[in-house]
Design a protein around this ligand. Sequence first.
Ligand SMILES: [Zn+2]
Length: 316
Amino acid sequence: MVMKNYDLLIDRIAKSAGLERDEVIRKVEAKKAKLSGLISREGAAQIIAAELGISFEDQDLKVSELMAGLRKVNIIGKVMRLFPVREFEKNDRKGKVANFVLADETGSTRVVLWDVNHIALIEDGTIKEGDVVEIKNGSTRDSEIHLSSFGEIKKSGIEMGEVKSAPVSSEIVLSEAQQGQNAKVRGVVVQIFQPRFYSVCPNCNKKVLSGEDGKFKCAEHGEVEKRDRAILNFVLDDGTESMRVVMFSDQINSVVPEDDLKDEAKASAFRDDFLGTEIYLTGRVNRNQLFNNLEIVANHVERVDVEKLIEELDKK
Ligand SMILES: [Zn+2]
């Protein structure tokens, strides 16, 4: 169950049913209690919505309002990043799939296209990065919008201002993590692995290969002075489960200067300090193909500031 923003869901139910927000929240809490806490509050809110006859189908939704299992999603957003069209073979049938990141003012999500006519719009450049598109009759799977031949996608004439390109994430516990989800977790670092390094081109940040002459070559920029970038793996435990987390350079710098990891003494000091630290982690839940288990690819890590938390609690 992926509901990305509980508050927006409550707002939508309240508005549609003509109820006060507090009343909706009371109903949701009562439902959750009745089901002995077996479902999340978002799940309980969906049940309340259904009981009140509110449908989230065939409505114009914002990215933050998406939830799993919707069959008729209409949404307008800006294409932030297009991925290369992939071809696949399944049961002797060849197919194509395309996907891109769509953002509106509430967040971003991934859109997956399965229909050749839709995919052609990307292949022929009709839809490109930066364009605003209108999607009709999409369905949601995990935290993505999937568009079959029953769906529609077209370039929109609507002007869109600032969009929020960070994925909307829901705070979850690790035992409930699902593949494809953008998750926010609070947990403790219980194990840290030795950092690994790989070499990139200083101009384009793409991986470089070393030739027989020991020099490094970028596919685009030729012979370059390589730059070493780090990958840091650690294990996070939130009390329900522990999960491996993968951090790349940009995120590593939010907890330690990346270059410190190349220095053995500094790296070891960092590990001593980071081990046992409580953090907020935002990232995408992925299946590790090699080990066939779930892991989180971090896109934001922040140490939990206990004093600040207490201050905020006191305010309430
Ligand atoms: Zn390059």
